[in-house]
Design a binder for this molecule. Sequence first.
Ligand code: DON
Length: 570
Amino acid sequence: MNNRSASNILVALLFVFGLGCRSGQNTTTQTYTINKSAEGSKGMVVSAHPFATQVGLDILKKGGNAVDAAIAVQFALAVCYPVAGNIGGGGFMVYVDKNGNSNTLDFREMAPAKAFADMYLDAKGDPITELSINGPLAGGVPGTVAGMWEAYSKYSKLKDWKALVMPAVLGAKNGVILTSNEAQGLNNNKIKMDSINHGATVYTKQYWKTGDVMKLPELAATLSAIAEQGPKGFYEGKVASQIANAMQKDGGIITLEDLKNYKAVWRNPIITTYRGQKVVTMPPPSSGGMVLVQLLKSVEPYNLKANQWQSATNVHLMVEAERRSYADRATHMGDMDYYPVPMTTLTSDEYIASRMKNFDPNKASKSDNTKAGNIKETEQTTHYNVVDAEGNAVSITTTLNGGYGSKYVIREAGFLLNNEMDDFSVKPGVPNLYGLIGNEANKIEPGKRMLSSMTPAIVLDKNGKPNIIVGTPGGSTIITSVFQTIINIMDFGMAADEAVARPRFHHQWMPDVVMLENDCLTPEVKEKLKEMGHNLVTRGKIGRVEAIIIKDGKYSGGADPRGDDDAKGY
Ligand code: DON
């Protein structure tokens, strides 16, 4: 029994749900709880926000399967969690059904047709960072709505699209109460957002307090169009025109044609084994799956459990694996539809073993000290997991990229546009928002998908059924957080809530530093790592991991204590 399993935190928030009521009249108010752990055997949802978790659970209780619930969660997050939940962004879904059949869906944003390699460089060839990070030009063509529709068309059991979108419509129309984190996040970004949008928007019309109700009428109308017409309600017709007109007016390049041409794509999962269990994860345009395979395979020959959790020996080994894999990421990884990513080699046992051949258990290797990336802690993406009564499992990571994406609001349609274009390599060797550098493989090309680190993953049990469902936000730290969580569970036997709560560390090749979450290692371990030659730096929170473990028909959910993340099961 870990010390968090009983830590269901009662959040004294009034939550205006208003189902079926007109705002201001007969509004149903209710208190709700945020659970950092939950148990169940029929259904489980873990997401970044209790509104979204509840919406997903309700769909499961109505007989929806994991995919139905996930779609409802995605739309709900776009309302209650605007910092990362979205219809203006994209993401990846990993799906494994109760029999172990797997599939992945790529609903990553695409570069608009008018995009070109040097679009964020000035006349001297220097990057104009602001352009790829803030404002309309930073946006890729959103993939979320198409992705949700694809998932629905292939796997829905409920076969009632409208029922999946309506909770979000009602949430936007009647308003959801802001948590302290949400209120603060919006307030902290108000000045920047208002300057980008030439005035206040619906998200920043006031300074918010915990418990305020934020109504999003334009978003409600957009979501209604999606509920009624499916993807046509977004990629064609009124909403598409609102997007294209806003772009023309404010200097973006997404056109009606780009919206119409957007496609979500089913891709063959990356599958590896770790300690005899299959791990199913995301192929390019995510680097997450390939790097996760490299990391797991690099440490598999070692008995991590023989040493203490986060001992110098284990941290050193894991950091050295991370250094090598992130170097590969920078050079070899990009959208496979545009660049020949050597995926088979990068994930082969021989190659990974050869990369670790020069691993010295007593000494840090050195990353080439050319460009040290500047890591900014503006990390917002979001991850959610769902398991249904049959044991089908969904793991989705979705994002606008930075917090509130480009911070640019398509005013008439009421949603925030992503700033995913910054995930491309805007110039070889120049670090992005997360300090990641890239090259030719990830250069900007029209229609191309920018390389991602998002790593939704599902580990199967020895019978080939879903066992661990996991993922997280965190920019470049996503892959190492998923890696550490899998190790916490598989090597150290932790429960889901404990595995997600434990502090994390991160190395990404460049800059050549080991980042420690809130200075997390013991003084002795830190001393040993320094003696080996590691540069240690402390930083704030790393990731917000959500995990579900399925064992003997019982589901245990773990929601990250670093935010409002909530697990609910039944
Ligand atoms: O796709 C990626 O790798 C990034 N756009 C993810 C950004 C992210 O995780 C921000 N969040 N915490």
